[in-house]
Design a protein around this ligand. Structure first.
Ligand code: F2R
Ligand code: MG
Ligand code: MG
Ligand code: MG
Length: 390
């Protein structure tokens, strides 16, 4: 029936999202911190495709995404303490997955059973500024699946899950943006060509509100502030200053057409992205220079979203008809934090194209790809209330 096929398509997209995220991490990890010509990446992909039995291993990106997914599934919702414990225990179990240099000090503190406030270790990172790394964004895809259909919930839970380790506004806002991109990809009809400019406009509309709302905090000056309105954790930092003054400033910022750094850094990058997408040609150098390709959330989430949108069309030096495969190869070809940019681009592309686009040899070669399908099915049941017939 028609209903069944709508459900099947959505389920395929849930699976595609988490499986392509795993593939992006596994394949991208080979190139992390490096910038290699596309030929080398294509050669490596061929090697992965021929892999017999031996797995291409996932890194911290997938390890943490698995904790996000399993926590949401086991708790049937977001429980900060449970998720924090899973992150820390997983790190203790396999500490060699290539974790960020500072986040591991958060894990050690989270293992302390006497810890009262699970957000405290992250808040105290970098003298109270919090981490601006992309660790909150790289693992957020399961949140967009769990909160499917409720954009407020997507944003709120994305922020909370990120804040367990990343209390800096660039860190958690990157997670919100990545989750919104996955959310939006899931909603797009595939009956017509994707309107990539409209896609960015949709993200801009949401991120404008997100960034204006915490631009009033003094966090960019080094003060960790920021809790979502209806958080369950109870603690608040209390923003200083006159509320109405702040609101006035926010309104002015919202109405100004130019997104100005540093108050709306993600909006500024989305504006650049929109300009790139309207052009006939964009060089990798320009993308690296203007959107970034490093370990900061601000310098990797935009690159991932751009990779997805750019690769809805053919790319000269990537000779594949499979747009999901093209997205992951292109994301890796940007260099820098390749596993993380490719995992985030993969999550968005998978949510749009579905599991059918994830090459079967990748499903075989990439460690954890089949687990991802299982997590996706469980999140699908949780999000829709449906049961899956085996
Ligand atoms: N760690 C890596 N890659 C490097 C090593 C890989 C491996 N060992 C190998 O060589 O094969 N990748 C993974 O880390 C990224 C996610 O990191 P996350 O979770 O955000 O970590 P952290 O420690 O919070 O932040 C990362 C670094 O950013 C700098 N930083 C963050 N906030 C800062 C602030 N407020 N002030 C100054 N510096 C700040 C620090 O240097 C942090 O160590 C992903 O790429 C994942 O794949
Ligand atoms: Mg990694
Ligand atoms: Mg991390
Ligand atoms: Mg990385």
């Amino acid at each position: 029936t028609e209903m069944a096929s709508v459900a099947q398509i959505l389920r395929s997209r849930f699976r595609g999202c988490l499986a392509a995220a795993v593939a992006g991490d596994c394949i991208g990890a080979e190139f992390e911190g490096r910038c290699r010509p596309v030929d080398k990446i294509l050669g490596y992909v061929e090697h992965v495709n021929k892999q017999r039995g031996r797995e291409v291993e996932f890194t911290d990106d997938t390890a943490m995404a698995r904790s996000v997914a399993s926590s949401l599934i086991e708790c049937k919702g977001f429980d900060a303490r449970d998720m924090a414990t899973r992150f820390a225990k997983e790190y203790k179990r396999e500490s060699g997955r290539g974790y960020g240099g500072n986040v591991i000090t958060v894990f050690y503190r989270l293992l302390d059973e006497g810890l009262q406030d699970v957000f405290e270790p992250a808040r105290e990172q970098f003298d109270g500024r919090g981490s601006y790394g992309n660790g909150g964004a790289m693992r957020v895809a399961p949140v967009a699946l769990y909160a499917y259909g409720n954009v407020e919930k997507v944003q709120d839970v994305a922020k909370q899950t990120a804040m367990i380790t990343h209390f800096n506004r660039e860190g958690y806002n990157g997670a919100i943006l990545e989750a919104l991109a996955v959310h939006l990809a899931l909603q797009q009809s595939k009956d017509e060509n994707l309107n990539v400019v409209k896609f960015v406009d949709n993200l801009l509309e949401k991120m404008r509100i997100v960034e204006v709302n915490d631009a009033g905090s003094s966090q960019s000056e080094g003060q960790a502030v920021g809790q979502s309105e209806d958080n369950k954790t109870g603690q608040s930092e209390g923003t200083e200053g006159d509320q109405s003054e702040e609101e006035k400033g926010s309104k002015e910022a919202a109405s100004s057409k130019e997104a100005s750094l540093p108050d709306q850094p993600y909006c500024a990058k989305l504006e650049i992205m929109k300009e790139f997408l309207q052009r006939e040609k964009v060089s990798r150098q320009e993308v690296q220079d203007q959107l970034g390709n490093d370990i900061k959330a601000l310098n990797s989430v935009p690159a991932a979203i751009f990779s997805f949108l750019h690769c809805t069309r053919s790319v000269d030096d990537i000779p594949t008809d499979n747009a999901l495969e093209r997205t992951i190869i292109y994301a890796i070809s940007l260099g820098g934090d390749t596993d993380t940019i490719a995992t985030m681009a993969g999550a968005i592309a998978g949510a749009y194209y579905g599991i059918e686009y994830v090459p079967p040899p990748w499903m075989k070669a990439c460690e954890g790809a089949n687990d991802a399908v299982r997590f996706a099915d469980q999140l699908y049941c949780l999000a829709t209330g449906e049961t899956i017939e085996k």
